[in-house]
Design a protein around this ligand. Sequence first.
Ligand SMILES: Cc1cc2nc3c(=O)[nH]c(=O)nc-3n(C[C@H](O)[C@H](O)[C@H](O)COP(=O)(O)OP(=O)(O)OC[C@H]3O[C@@H](n4cnc5c(N)ncnc54)[C@H](O)[C@@H]3O)c2cc1C
Length: 437
Amino acid sequence: MRTLWRNWAGDQRCAPAILEEPAGEPELIECVRRASEAGGSLRVVGSGHSFTDIACTDGHMLRLRRMSRVLDADPATGLVQVQPGITLHELGKELAVRGLALENQGDIDAQTLAGAVSTATHGTGASFRNLSAQVAALRLVAADGSIVDVSEDSDRELLRAARVGLGALGVIASITLRCLPIFTLHRVDRPRPLDETLAGLDALVEGNDHFEFFVFPYSRTAITRATERSDRSPEPENPRRRYIEETVLENRLLELCCRVGRRVPALVPPINRGISRLVRESELIERSHRVYATRRDVRFTEMEYAIPRAAGPAAVERVLEMVERRRLPVGFPLEVRFVAADDSHLSPSHGRDTCYVAVHMFRGMEFESYFRGVEAIMRDYGGRPHWGKRHYQSAAGLTELYPEWERFQSVRRRLDPRGLFRNDYIDRVLGPIGAAA
Ligand SMILES: Cc1cc2nc3c(=O)[nH]c(=O)nc-3n(C[C@H](O)[C@H](O)[C@H](O)COP(=O)(O)OP(=O)(O)OC[C@H]3O[C@@H](n4cnc5c(N)ncnc54)[C@H](O)[C@@H]3O)c2cc1C
């Protein structure tokens, strides 16, 4: 009987004919060889935290949760070699005991390292690039089962392709990350008027190591989060206070409000204004891996676009105006973050300092008209979609957005000439193998 697989949001499903969990590299190579000889297709799945069908397959699926060890760590250079299936949560703890930390992280840590790297998962901070940019070397199992070791020294061009590979170049068997000595962060959450936040955005983004803000449609309050490296000693949060803030207010209350809004859409605007008024200033001083990630219990679906940083304020205003004009029942805030340019072929922040604008819709609610409206706005700014989040683009349009598209395709043809690592999503966003030749 086939296993039914579904993603975190519960809205992407598939029934792989074979689901295997290799325990190490030799078994992994065997799995790839067998899938290749059978002539079908193979996808690796991480922890299923993408909102698209990027990991789905009805063919051969590999899950690498048994490959989740730290293989080597050198505190002197900060280079750490890790197996691909480790979650960012586990990795944070493993690094901390070795006196190390990731340079930056996104807002949850449930993803696997390989899954997060492969879609260019990012955090926020004007001078910080996305997680994939911290990859110094990768070990890939290519479609013929051969091992391809790629590093900054051996083949920089291949590394620029493989860092953000969407699982289309091969199976990552290990990753060498550039880490930092362990550090402490001081985070301050504070509500501010939206107009003031947008007008002073450059100063806020440049003046803090990490800056982001959330804004609920129908409200003019920005819930800002500014985080700085700190020399102060960590001050672990009172567990009761953490429970009230994270579990009760940020999750249970939000879930309740979303449910009410789903049942009575007309109540969404006053609910959003009410939640925004409830937000109070708060701070946290803790080790970095305990600060970056937050708890997300409420299930939703999401789209996120990467646009040039300077376009951020105008794009945010246009999305809010569109929601209000069309009276869309959007009970989730926009999330706005900032990332430095990098050079991976398919990184959404390739070659430009970036503002990421993310939009969400509560599970079970119609999202397409909202997301398509947002996508139309983002197209005006040359927006590039997050590979792990919903979008409606295909290879024909995406090729225009990535100056090094053809270089990526040439690596893909070399490593996977027959299309072993294809699925419907890969066909849609990258085109069939050979199509771009
Ligand atoms: C609640 C929530 C919060 C999120 N927050 C953020 C955020 O702050 N910032 C951000 O940028 N994104 C965020 N995301 C998106 C998420 O980080 C990405 O979708 C990420 O790719 C998910 O990782 P995963 O381990 O679940 O991988 P999956 O979604 O399972 O897979 C993603 C891709 O990685 C490939 N892959 C996995 N393992 C391997 C391997 N060993 N070799 C080759 N390819 C592999 C898969 O084939 C697939 O193409 C969030 C998602 C959710 C649900």
